[in-house]
Design a binder for this molecule. Structure first.
Ligand code: AQP
Length: 337
């Protein structure tokens, strides 16, 4: 008897012209693997991107580019559901219910909001940024998601999603499936190449510290070769004592499938420079076919849009019954048909 596949859901923001290596290794790479074993739903979350000011034309372009990169990374629309978040209105419709179920203090404790709003200042911070985690909870709960493949920075949002789902179920009867985070320890947090104490990030990394997948490979190779390493000379994985070297080993290992132990042996007696050069080479080799595949999808926008329309249709077929059940339980009067 065929066993039912567990549902996974995850999203990525189209907030830059390119994904960075942290996005890929922390999340997207797992998405590709999970489509073979799970019932996978993935979304380019443009509504989340709108929580900070976006140029309309650039946002449209980045949304197509994000979808093309996901396909270039190996997502197959016949093996998973891939859609643009704003094509599925049930996300915002459920988000309102989740907003009304979340405590203000509970939302105010989200560290990502605290960090970003502290950096931007209150006047530049939107209410949308504050309610971002509730929209994310709606994204996840709409699809009865069991596992959410993300990087470590999203763990707190998934815990909030569980809390709110439990609250809804206790108040209105069993409705939502409780999700859990699917986070791979080794790549949960890819660090900035220039400041290995902090995560590689679109909004916080310096130009030299972040590796953009759509950049010319030689630009990225140069960044690897000038990555900040640590005191000492031994190539050894030790996140506390050697954060720079450990980050490079984690990247090398994720891109090649070699274990960290195998890499430590390979670099025994060799200096940090050798590690940096080899990671640059490994990345260059990996990224070339990724960029070529992404470009193929970008070269045919009509086909890309067709794939995304089909993805939205599949997603709506899953999302609509959940929203109907929620609205009925909450007590919204259904429109006469
Ligand atoms: N450095 C990272 N290491 C591992 N995983 C990461 N992710 C992001 N940075 C790292 C994971 O990528 C997925 C998509 O993230 P997103 O769309 O939320 O992008 P983001 O969080 O906006 O990416 P940044 O660079 O972290 O942006 P800012 O600086 O704006 O916060 C998520 O699963 C995320 O965990």
């Amino acid at each position: 008897m065929a066993t039912e596949r567990l549902r996974v859901f995850s999203g990525i923001q189209p907030t830059a012209g390119s994904f960075h290596l942290g996005n890929y290794l922390g999340a997207v790479r797992q998405w590709v693997g999970l489509q073979e074993t799970h019932d996978a739903v993935y979304s380019v979350v443009d509504l989340h991107a709108a929580t900070i000011p976006q140029d309309p034309a650039a946002l449209r372009e980045s949304s197509r580019l994000a979808a093309a990169q996901l396909l270039g990374a190996g997502l197959d629309p016949d093996r998973c559901t891939l859609c643009i978040q704003s094509h599925v209105p049930e996300h915002t419709q459920l988000a309102w219910v989740i907003n009304c179920l979340t405590g203000f203090g509970e939302a105010a404790r989200m560290t990502q909001f605290k960090d970003k709003s502290a950096k931007q200042g209150t006047d530049a911070t939107t209410v949308g940024l504050f309610t971002y985690p509730m929209l994310m909870a709606a994204d996840i709960l709409l699809y009865h998601t069991r596992q959410v493949p993300v990087g470590e920075d999203q763990r707190q949002h998934i815990e909030l999603t569980r809390d709110v789902a439990q609250r809804f179920n206790a108040r209105y009867g069993e409705t939502f499936t409780l999700p859990g985070a699917y986070i791979l320890k080794e790549t949960a947090k890819i660090q900035d190449l220039q400041d290995p104490a902090v995560k590689m990030s679109k909004s916080a990394s310096s130009a030299k510290g972040i590796v953009w997948l759509m950049d010319e490979p030689k630009t990225s190779a140069k960044k690897f070769r000038s990555a900040v390493t640590d005191t000492g000379t031994e190539v050894r994985y030790d996140r506390a004592a050697k954060p720079g070297v450990s980050n490079l080993l984690a990247i090398y290992s994720a891109l090649t499938g070699l274990t960290v132990e195998e890499l430590e042996q390979k670099f025994e007696g060799r200096l940090y420079g050798a590690l940096k050069t080899e990671v640059a080479d490994v990345f260059t080799e990996w990224v070339a076919p990724f960029r070529a595949r992404t470009q193929q999808f970008l070269d045919d926008p009509a086909e890309l849009d067709r794939l995304l329309a089909r993805g939205a249709e599949k997603a709506r077929a899953m999302a609509a019954p959940t929203l109907d059940a929620v609205y009925e339980r909450v007590g919204f009067l259904p429109p006469a048909r």
